[in-house]
Design a protein around this ligand. Structure first.
Ligand SMILES: Cc1cc2nc3c(=O)[nH]c(=O)nc-3n(C[C@H](O)[C@H](O)[C@H](O)COP(=O)(O)OP(=O)(O)OC[C@H]3O[C@@H](n4cnc5c(N)ncnc54)[C@H](O)[C@@H]3O)c2cc1C
Length: 538
């Protein structure tokens, strides 16, 4: 490890380590420090348990998704109840174009373990018992003071600093970035325990006049139980098994038995959003940048999308292949995506906390109408799974009229493996029925791009995959430019290939890219000739 690395990551929580993997696998030298000296592997306490499809899609980039899936528990969706009656399910198993059509549940400590294992495989090492104390100097030339657990003070001058140091971020504080609080102030009682009785297999949210309780299946018959409760003091102690049982009986109206919990806790999160995610050469990611209501189980997931968005940009800028302005886009794109998730998670919390009969009736009716008209599947499911996160222009038409295809710039493309991890990929799409001379056409199109650009001809996609791409890219021949994180940058008819060529010209610093990664590109060139539909998409 270099003493003054290219990047210093402060905080080795899940987001810091995911980002460290992103950077390390792209050859960027880094140090990652965490103030906690020793991890307690015997502590059963775990925070986030829900991993939504988009997180698994982006975590593929660092090759941990399949490991997480292997260790976790798959759930087909989320059932919403009111007064014990089923309002309807949000079915993730019906998402048509993801390799991960389910909600994965896995205790956060295990998710973190998988990430750390991957980081070690990549040759990384977390420096424990090292706290960031001070960040001084110009944010364009940061000077960082670290305190080691033996009392030693070390001053480093990394090229870039990433604050992934959680909700009470010292990096954020030292940069003087405001953290605007959210007025929602709710205490939650949570715990993991075996639960027996007649229960649906899906995750379950029970709304009632007494409050909300969520019951989310984990492995081995255990469930995460989470409920809003009156504010508690330390003297109240952790919620007891009997308390959780009584909350379930009252709110879920279910004859179930809560066994001895592995652990319980109450917590009162301070929600908020940093006013900037970037200042000079310093960035915020994960909870350091945003703390969203736990009601939606999205906080960690928003952090994973931060890591996927910042990793390729920073690596590309450090290597001199991408212009520095892509880093401003990180600030803009991720701040608005996090703000949106924060609003929807807060709305979800409010949605569940209605007490007046008329409001409850309206809420329940809205949900049932949404289910019957298909809006739950078309709007709520993409929102929960974060597959609808878009970095393009604001879509203005009401969501009822929105058409999912073709994909617009900024939206996610349903392609998960055949993209370059480090830079833009040009996709040549022959349309629904490729013309007889497509081989000639695509060769002519490809010829117009500089040699260093990765190009994928999508002509040999098998039928079912073609249908998915047809929805995404349209029925007519087209040229698309995809970002490394799988979002569309540009989609033009083949006649306007010049626009794609000039986009590539302005979006990359071509003189530095030439000659790199030819091995990576060739490894993925046959991706569409193998396996089943989803394998191909993956
Ligand atoms: C009870 C609970 C339930 C939740 N459930 C869900 C869920 O179901 N789904 C979901 O997506 N999210 C959930 N979340 C949110 C999720 O846990 C967080 O969003 C996630 O942990 C954020 O990860 P992070 O890496 O950004 O920060 P953290 O996990 O907080 O990690 C920050 C790291 O930085 C280190 N650090 C702090 N200060 C310094 C310093 N000065 N120097 C060096 N190191 C430092 C800390 O030791 C820590 O290791 C839940 C949260 C809670 C509290």
């Amino acid at each position: 490890m270099l003493r003054d690395p290219q990047v210093l990551i402060v905080g080795a929580g899940p987001v810091g380590v995911a980002l460290a993997c992103e950077l390390l696998q792209q050859g960027i030298s880094l140090r990652i420090v965490d103030k906690v000296e020793r991890l307690d592997d015997t502590d059963p306490h775990s925070r986030g348990i829900l991993i939504w499809p988009r997180s698994l899609e982006v975590l593929r980039r660092i090759q941990v998704s399949d490991r997480l899936v292997a260790r976790g528990h798959r759930t087909a969706g989320v059932n919403y109840y009111s007064g014990g009656r089923l309002l309807g399910p949000a079915r993730l198993d019906r998402i048509p174009d993801t390799p991960y059509p389910f909600l994965l549940t896995l205790p956060q400590r295990e998710t973190e373990k998988v990430l750390r294992e991957r980081f070690t495989e990549l040759g990384g090492h977390v420096e424990r018992g090292v706290a960031m104390e001070e960040l001084s100097g110009d944010p364009d030339a940061p000077v960082v003071a670290l305190r080691h657990s033996d009392g030693r003070r070390e001053v480093v001058t990394p090229g870039w600093v990433i604050g992934a140091d959680g909700p009470a971020s010292v990096v954020r504080d030292q940069l003087g970035i405001r953290f605007d609080g959210d007025p929602i102030d709710v205490t939650y009682a949570i715990g993991d325990a075996p639960v027996t009785g007649r229960l649906a297999r899906n995750a379950q949210y029970y709304y009632s006049r007494h409050g909300v309780i969520a019951l989310v299946p984990l492995r081995d018959g255990h469930y995460r139980i989470a409920a809003n409760v009156p504010h508690r003091t330390e003297a109240d102690g952790p919620p007891s098994r009997e308390y959780l049982q009584s909350l379930l009986a009252k709110r879920a109206c279910r004859e179930v038995t809560v066994g001895e919990p592995d652990w319980t806790r109450s917590f009162r999160p301070r929600l908020g959003m940093a006013e900037n995610f970037r200042k000079g050469r310093c960035f915020l990611a994960g909870d350091a940048a945003h703390v969203v209501s736990p009601a939606g189980g999205q906080g960690l997931n928003v952090g994973f999308l931060d890591a996927a968005s910042l990793g390729w940009r920073l690596a590309g800028v450090i290597r001199g292949e991408l212009p520095e302005r892509v880093l401003d886009e990180y600030d803009h794109e991720r701040r608005s995506a996090a703000a949106r998730m924060s609003r929807t998670s807060a709305a979800q919390a409010r949605f569940g906390l209605q007490r007046r009969r008329t409001r409850i009736a309206v809420r329940d009716m809205l949900f049932v109408v949404g289910r019957m008209t298909g809006l739950v599947q078309r709007v709520l499911v993409p929102l929960l799974s974060q597959t609808d996160v878009t970095y393009g222009e604001q879509i203005t038409e009401p969501f009822i009229w929105r058409h999912p295809s073709p994909v617009r710039p900024g939206q996610r493309l349903p392609m998960f493996a055949s993209l370059d991890l480090a830079t833009y990929t040009v996709l040549l799409w022959p349309g629904r029925r490729p013309s007889a001379d497509w081989a000639l056409v695509q060769a002519e199109l490809a010829r117009q791009f500089p040699d260093h650009v990765g190009i994928r001809d999508l002509a040999s996609v098998p039928g079912p995959t073609q249908a998915i791409l047809c929805r995404a890219l349209g029925r007519r021949p087209a040229v698309a430019v995809a970002r490394p994180d799988g979002h569309l940058s540009l989609l033009v008819p083949v006649e306007r290939v010049d626009r794609a060529v000039s986009f590539i010209g302005s979006a990359t610093v071509s003189s530095n890219i030439a000659g790199i990664r030819s091995d990576t590109l060739s490894r993925r060139s046959d991706i569409y000739h193998r396996g089943s539909t989803m394998e191909n998409l993956r």
